[in-house]
Design a binder for this molecule. Structure first.
Ligand code: GLA
Length: 401
């Protein structure tokens, strides 16, 4: 009896010792790997589209406050990402410091975290960022450690300055492709070493078909195109050109057609509804790019359409695809439902009716339908649905059987 208890105690002790040793050896890195970052497309806010190089610590705090006050945080927008122009000088040891617009990055991250949000930052694999500030070239591990110490949860890593190192004329060569991939992998390894789960956002404008290798170098999202601007033309050209990339997206690794322009003023409400819907059909990251402290009700209703957000965030993580020559897109959802978006992307013409035949969307027999912008059940529909989306606008449906 006594012996059995002693043996059991020895076993328990030995098991504890092994488990303890493993925790020390594997360290926080093993824990971090067990967590999936970006299981659904990241949602939040980024400073660039509205504030660009003028962004300050106060603007970022105001954005965090507004995410909470507006209800956006609770709708899923949790990343607060500072884009380019925060960077200052390196000290004698090579540690990066923010410039005078950002007095204390750790304090800013703490503030963002205190609101139940996550904090993102920006750098470049080159010596300089796109706006000419200090990049991470030659300081990758050191910068990753600094970010982790500040409490960074998201890094956008923007090629820019590395193009000057490679030589812009050589960008499409095999050698430059290898250099770019290695540079992205290097920062991924550096981030991993910190043990902090950090969403890794590749930004190299879709060069060298990044969707084919972005996940292999640790990317959780990768920009597929050049920069978006706040016009229907730019948004539509980028969004509708994503057809064909669907097979590269999935939980943990997403195509990124750039950030949202909703609320910035260059498009009308129908056109902004098109961006929100198309991005949701594309399983794209939803990073608002407007001044959140000055949102009107229409902007809020577009950014916070929970039914459209639910499509974007669907756990199946399948990116939608285009059906035929018209701008009709279909996205499979968990549980067998499908999202369908019918876009009228012609803005200089009279809107034409579009007919969706349910069998083209993969259904046999009648379907239940719900209009995700009208927030209205359409009942059970037989073979098809015909609707005229507004000029530059969209009708978005959820269909199920
Ligand atoms: C590039 C990126 C933009 C933004 C700017 C910042 O142009 O594509 O999204 O980050 O750099 O300088």
């Amino acid at each position: 009896m006594y012996e059995a208890r002693v043996i059991r105690l020895i076993y328990v002790f030995a098991f504890g010792l092994v488990a303890g040793l493993w925790a020390v050896i594997a360290g926080p890195a093993a824990g971090a790997q067990a967590q999936t970052v970006a299981a659904t497309p990241p949602m939040g806010w980024n400073s660039w589209n509205h504030f660009a190089e003028k962004v300050t610590d106060a603007d970022v705090r105001a954005a965090a406050d507004a995410l909470v006050a507006s209800g956006m945080r609770d709708a899923g927008y949790v990343y607060v990402n500072v884009d380019d122009t925060w960077e200052g000088q390196r000290d004698a040891e090579g540690n990066i410091h923010p410039n005078s617009k950002f007095p204390d990055m750790k304090a800013l991250a703490d503030y963002v975290h205190s609101k139940g949000l996550k904090f993102g930052i920006y750098s470049s694999p080159g010596p300089k960022t796109c706006a000419g500030y200090e990049g991470s070239y030659g300081h990758e591990e050191q910068d990753a450690r600094t970010y982790a110490a500040w409490g960074v949860d998201f890094l956008k890593y923007d090629l820019c300055g590395l193009r000057d190192v490679i030589g812009r004329e050589n960008l499409e060569t095999k050698q430059s492709s290898a250099i770019i991939r290695a540079a992205y992998l290097k920062m991924h390894e550096a981030l991993k070493k910190t043990g902090r789960p950090i969403v890794y956002s590749l930004c190299e404008y879709g060069a060298d078909s990044v969707w084919e290798w972005g996940a292999q170098v640790g990317g959780n999202l990768w920009r597929t195109t050049d920069d978006i601007s706040d016009s229907f033309r730019s948004m539509a050209l980028i969004g509708f050109s994503q057809a064909g990339l669907e097979k590269y997206a999935g939980p943990g690794h997403w195509n990124d057609p750039d950030m949202l322009e909703i609320g910035n003023g260059g498009m009308n409400a129908d056109e902004y509804r098109t961006q929100m819907s198309l991005w949701a059909m594309l399983a794209a990251p939803l990073l608002a790019g407007n001044d959140l402290s000055k949102m009107d009700e229409t902007t809020k209703s577009i950014l916070m359409n929970k039914e459209v957000i639910a499509v974007d965030q669907d756990v199946l993580g399948e990116q939608g695809s285009r059906l035929g020559p018209l701008q009709v897109w279909v996205r499979p959802l968990a549980g067998g439902a499908k999202a369908v978006a019918l876009f009228n992307f012609v803005t200089d013409d009279v809107p034409q009716p579009i007919t969706l035949r349910f069998k083209d969307a993969g259904f046999t027999g009648p379907v239940h339908a719900r209009d995700l912008w009208a927030h209205k059940d359409l009942g059970v529909l037989k073979d098809s649905y015909t609707v005229t989306p507004p000029k530059g606008g969209v009708v978005m449906l959820r269909l199920w059987q």
